[in-house]
Design a protein around this ligand. Structure first.
Ligand code: SAH
Length: 262
């Protein structure tokens, strides 16, 4: 059965080393009814090994999009879910596999969704997690949590399929966003983060010698809030005001606004 919103869900593989995993991931996607694969700087692609492991999913490989950066891969996606076996030192909002699949399918009725998988050896890097709204953990044996990449993709695709089929029986959608909420794609948020960072540097709130985790915490805050277009305009206005304010050196900012707790 065709899944109504499969075309709004893209599977992103970052820096894949073994082309066989790309092929096996394509197969995992196709058997569950999905076909949008995005590869960020794969080590070897196209590759005979990928095609062999894809089996009859070579059409998914043929139309896979290859991009250079993670930002390119998630452009236009107001919801980005990153899969990882690891807790992070700055804890990030986390779904388990099933919850993530439900969330992804529900939102795919309204906009584009990206589900991101990391490198075989090193997984997702922190700066990539910091661009995801939520992270997704596949429940595993505590003593050994790391699945093979293509197997992790397979489990995700299966859960997406189950939820997509269940959701297609419902007469009313499980999730309807407020009618005036237009969640923004990552590229719009990045413009704001960059302006905010420069603004905070300008007024001495952010100390470049000791940035601590100020930006990471603020990224987490705004990714959690998922500001819409109007809200982002307001936030950009505030950041611009910081940028245009008379410059101060770090430490000259009001003591109550320092970075003690970041
Ligand atoms: N050694 C790497 C493991 C990478 S496995 C690490 O320490 O991060 C390759 C990818 O498969 C991961 O980046 C993640 O996207 C996915 N993956 C593997 N096991 C997972 C799990 N238990 N939960 C969620 N994703 C997992």
């Amino acid at each position: 059965m065709a899944l109504p919103t499969a075309s709004r869900i893209r599977i992103v593989l970052i820096g894949t080393t073994h082309p066989g995993n790309i092929g096996a991931a394509a197969r995992a996607m196709k058997v569950m009814g999905f076909d949008r694969l995005v590869l960020v700087s794969p080590k070897h692609f196209p590759s005979g090994e990928a095609t062999a492991l894809a089996s009859s999913a070579d059409d998914v490989l043929a139309k896979a999009q290859v991009v250079e950066t993670f930002a390119d891969a998630i452009a236009g996606c107001p919801l980005v879910l990153g899969t990882t076996a690891h807790a992070r030192s700055l804890p990030w909002p986390t779904y388990d596999l099933r919850g993530a699949a439900e969330h992804a399918i529900d939102e795919s009725h309204h906009h584009e969704v990206a589900i991101v998988f990391g490198r075989e050896k090193t997984g997702l890097h922190n700066d990539e997690v910091e661009r995801c709204h939520h992270i997704v953990t596949i429940p595993t044996n505590d003593a050994y949590t790391s699945l093979n990449l293509a197997q992790a993709v397979q489990l995700m695709m299966y859960e997406l399929r189950l939820h997509a089929l269940a959701a297609s029986d419902q007469t009313t959608p499980a999730f309807t966003p407020p009618s005036d909420w237009t969640p923004q794609p990552p590229e719009q948020l990045e413009v704001f983060f960059d302006r905010l960072e420069r603004g905070m540097l300008n007024v001495g709130f952010l100390n470049p010698a000791q940035p601590k985790r100020l930006m990471q915490r603020l990224r987490r805050l705004f990714l959690r809030a998922r500001p819409d277009e109007n809200e982002l305009n307001i936030l950009n206005g505030i950041a611009s005001a910081l940028l245009d304010a008379p410059p101060k050196k770090a430490g000259q900012a009001n003591a109550s606004s320092g970075q003690e707790n970041v």
